[in-house]
Design a protein around this ligand. Sequence first.
Ligand code: PGA
Ligand code: ZN
Length: 416
Amino acid sequence: MSDPIVYVHAREVWDSRGLPTVEVEIMTAGGAIGRGIAPAGASTGRREAIELRDGGRRLGGRGTRKAVAQVMEVVAPALRGIAVDDQAGIDATLDGLDDDPQRSHLGGNTTTAVSLAVAHTAAVSAEVPLWARLGADATFIPRPQIQILGGGAHAANRVAVQDFMAYPLSATTITDALSHVAETYLAVGDLLRRRGEPRGVADEGGHWPEVADTRDALQLIVEGMELAGFRPGTDMGIALDIAATQFKVEEGYCIGGRVYSTEEWIDELAAFSAEFPIATIEDPAGEDDSLGMTLAVERLKSVVVGDDFLVTDERRVTEAARQHQIGAALIKVNQAGTVSRAAAAAAAARAADVAVIVSARSGETEDVSVAHLATGWNADVVKVGSITRGERTAKWNELIRIADTAGITRLAPPIG
Ligand code: PGA
Ligand code: ZN
């Protein structure tokens, strides 16, 4: 039954870094109401959908009043009267409202919030959970990768690598997986305290990387796993997000004052990959370093994941699968700008036998869309940051609710 949109409203709300972002609320003739909030990255790819920010002096130019105005003045009139269950049609309408594929006029944050709000409202209208609307045949919960130490742009570049995650391997349910990682997170916290004063946390709630270098961080995590009673590589693996674009320089990769050529850098990662139980390595090379990605796939024991390299773009995913035999694709709705475009990128990955990792951003809110998208799209992995902080636990707790209410007991098999 068609349930037309009668009301589209936007407002400025706050994210986990104390920065403003756009929330969109939609209501239908049938009285269904849903909301979506745009997240924000810190290490963004140059090809991803562009955020519309206000500029000027307020909040260092990061305000989102212009984005709110775009929703009220441009998007709302175009969506009124359209059936809320036509996600593809609505997302195509959003595409048509901006002649720049990177959304510089309307804003990728604007279209992301609208598209997510449409998805939530359609689920309410159909009286089903969002995950079930996206994939009624979901039979497993994606296996989580959870941050233990933050780094890179999320920790003032204290260490170059952005994300040191735990990847529970022997856990068979989401509750066990979260519990295993929480034990490890606490153990690593104890080890850090033994080294000296606690230094707090990074942007996604991982421990502050008070370590000497990448090797020290990897050793610390392995020690934490053992202290918590898990066998590294059997019960729990490591997942890394190098986010290498962040320290790419013209001649190669600049770390700790040393510049590595692409080949040297990939060999450095290959040594870590051989020495430690690292299941997956995301963005080992910069977003334009095609050779680096090819070498990484050839030389790393770990599965190579593309994030900034793919920017949730259907064409780039297909191309990277063909040209580089990349192993997994990160899917972020706000890189693509709409739920439909992100779904198309996930489908392209599936079609090319590339694993799907649905991911949140470093700037997040209480919005739990990512838990539903990951489950509904049958993602292999879901990654939303650490096991601490409300904007992260909102997603983990939603996954627990989905598993519990739907009676889904299985976790996706590990990749790598
Ligand atoms: P970002 O980091 O949200 O700051 O881009 C997350 C990631 O790179 O996976
Ligand atoms: Zn990344």
